[in-house]
Design a protein around this ligand. Structure first.
Ligand code: PGA
Length: 255
């Protein structure tokens, strides 16, 4: 990370975990553990039904509660979806878009990810845009090309001004939930490619100011080394974001 140039962001992605009562208990537990640790932003993205409870518990703390997805239309016949306006109405200003599980299991494409990102930005939300290569692409030696292409497709039509509200989460799909972590060098290399692509699209100033997280089995044991890399400005954490002690250790590694 390079705190002189950009904000470090440690975000949890709870995925399909934590009922409202469990979310309340978790936030109450972790709140005192991360209090005053202000060198990074601390975010938990919660399932829709648990957002309100988590927000209530997080009130007055340095913890921000976000959502795990958002639809691109304002309203209408989109069963099971939630719009940016709806999220804003309950006070949610941060949202994950394009998580690999959405792409893998729910048919999201770079096109829908782009639409969702645009809708969230238009509503004034901050987006954590997730992208990264699958195992076959890494093995084929095309990780850099895939990362550059995804960034271009996912950010198509998004202005330099809007990039102030975009965080990129580089998440190699083979490392998510598998216990396999990219080496710090692999993470650094991919994040550097993403930053170079941002520079190509928006110029150096925007590229240098954009937070790029690493995600994929980041935990209390490997966070410090990953976060020591210049182009790794934080983490998007799944499994370890469900355990207060582990997540706090990652926040500590970012201090
Ligand atoms: P993981 O998940 O930390 O459990 O690998 C990361 C993510 O999906 O964002």
């Amino acid at each position: 990370m390079n705190p002189a140039k950009r904000r470090t962001v440690i975000a949890g992605n709870w995925k399909m975990n934590f009922t409202p009562a469990e979310a309340t208990a978790f936030i109450n537990e972790i709140k005192p553990m991360v209090a005053g640790k202000d060198n990074c932003d601390i975010i938990f993205c919660a399932p829709f039904v648990s957002i309100a409870a988590a927000m209530e518990a997080a009130k007055g703390s340095n913890i921000v509660i976000g959502a795990e997805n958002v639809h691109y239309e304002a309203k209408g016949a989109y069963t099971g979806e939630v719009s940016a306006e709806m999220l804003k109405a309950i006070g949610v200003n941060t949202v994950l878009v394009g998580h690999s599980e959405r792409r893998q299991y729910f048919g999201e494409t770079d096109e829908t990810v782009n639409l969702r990102t645009k809708a969230a930005l238009a509503a004034g939300m901050r987006v954590i845009l997730c992208m990264g290569e699958v195992k076959e692409q890494r093995l084929a030696g095309i990780t850099n090309e895939i990362c550059a292409m995804q960034i271009k497709l996912d950010l198509a039509g998004i202005s330099a001004e809007d990039m102030k509200n975009v965080i990129i989460a580089y998440e190699p799909v083979w490392a998510i939930g598998t216990g396999l972590t990219a080496t710090p060098e692999q993470a650094e290399d991919a994040c550097a490619v993403i930053r170079a692509t941002l520079a190509e699209l928006y110029g150096n100033e925007v590229a240098e100011a954009t937070t790029i997280q690493y995600g994929g089995s980041m935990n209390d044991g490997n966070a410090a080394e990953l976060l020591s890399k210049t182009n790794v400005d934080g983490g998007l954490i799944g499994g370890a974001s469900l355990v207060a002690k582990k997540f706090t250790a990652i926040v500590d590694a970012a201090q």
